[in-house]
Write a protein that binds this ligand. Structure first.
Ligand SMILES: Nc1nc2c(ncn2[C@@H]2O[C@H](COP(=O)(O)OP(=O)(O)O)[C@@H](O)[C@H]2O)c(=O)[nH]1
Ligand SMILES: [Mg+2]
Length: 274
């Protein structure tokens, strides 16, 4: 799988007038690149934080995270690229920052946060290739320029990964193809624990599996799908682990990290209607 180097990213940011920094709204802090933000600031570029995949979380969560990022000083919009929600707001935010045309935007972020999908939403039709999993066809392999309006262009980029070898699971599962994740069971167990922490019934909802024990969840899923090691006749929990990582990435398993300072946000009542 292709990731973009920091030097190459710097070249792209240097060429752009405005940088769209895309994060996955289900886990914004783990998918927000501080280094990109610093780079944009150093190069004197405007930055918009785009919280994507808002269709996967309740409205109060989207509002809460938008409020949080605004309080940190970022121009912020939340959108759903695939449901085409928030595209107009995003265009408005872009136009507010563009002082002259033609203008070039750069879209950056971790792998799989929806950068290419946002370009498609801005274009109104599909042209930037997208893919559900790292390394599969449709995965953005090189920087590419797209036209998204009158005298308005955007550079799509492959995913970035922080230089420090963080072992955050968000990074481990986004870094390369799921098939090549070393020790998928270990990763899946951590992922399951994190999901259960926020959504105790996530696996009941997704697979009708009631147990809360991560390894048992993997075993039950493997048995249910008929994934058995031929030699030992044991459930193939490696396969189940990869399935859970895949279903997490494609949004099948409900999950979100709630925004901080819930008390002061005051929009919680809207959760009941969404
Ligand atoms: N539910 C949901 N899925 C999305 C959204 N945006 C992108 N995706 C999905 O996330 C996956 C990665 O999208 P892609 O645009 O290729 O991400 P990129 O690697 O950042 O360019 C694809 O399966 C998309 O369909 C969104 O707003 N909501
Ligand atoms: Mg892409």
């Amino acid at each position: 799988m292709q990731l973009i180097s920091w030097q190459k990213l710097r070249d792209v940011v240097a060429r752009a007038d405005v940088v769209l920094s895309v994060v996955d709204i289900r886990n914004p802090l783990a998918t927000f690149s501080k280094r990109t933000e610093r780079m944009a600031r150093e190069l004197g570029k405007e930055l918009i934080v785009v919280l994507n995949k808002c269709d996967l979380v309740p409205l109060w969560v989207s509002k809460g995270w938008a409020k949080y990022f605004r309080s940190e000083g970022y121009k912020t919009v939340f959108v759903s690229a695939t449901k085409r929600f928030g595209t107009r707001k995003l265009r408005k935010a872009i136009n507010e920052l563009i002082t002259f045309r033609p203008a070039v935007l750069a879209i950056v972020g971790y792998p799989k946060v929806g950068k290419s999908s946002i370009i498609n939403a801005l274009k109104g039709k599909d042209s930037a290739p997208t893919s559900p999993y790292p390394g599969s066809p449709g995965y953005t392999k090189a920087t590419q320029l797209y036209r998204i309006g009158e005298d308005l262009y955007i550079i799509d980029t492959p995913g970035i990964i922080p230089p420090t070898e963080s072992d955050d699971i968000e990074l481990v599962i986004r870094r390369g193809p799921i098939e090549s994740i070393p020790e998928p069971v270990k990763v899946a167990v951590k992922l399951i624990e994190r999901i259960l922490e926020f959504h105790p019934r996530a696996f009941e909802f997704t697979y009708r599996i009631r147990t809360k024990d991560p390894v048992k969840i993997l075993e039950e899923l493997a048995l249910r799908r008929g994934w058995i090691y031929k030699t030992t006749r044991e459930p193939n929990i490696d396969e189940a682990a990869r399935a859970i990582i895949r279903d997490y990435l494609n949004g099948k398993i409900p999950f979100y990290v709630p925004p901080p300072n819930l008390e002061s946000i005051g929009t919680r009542s809207e959760a009941s209607s969404s």
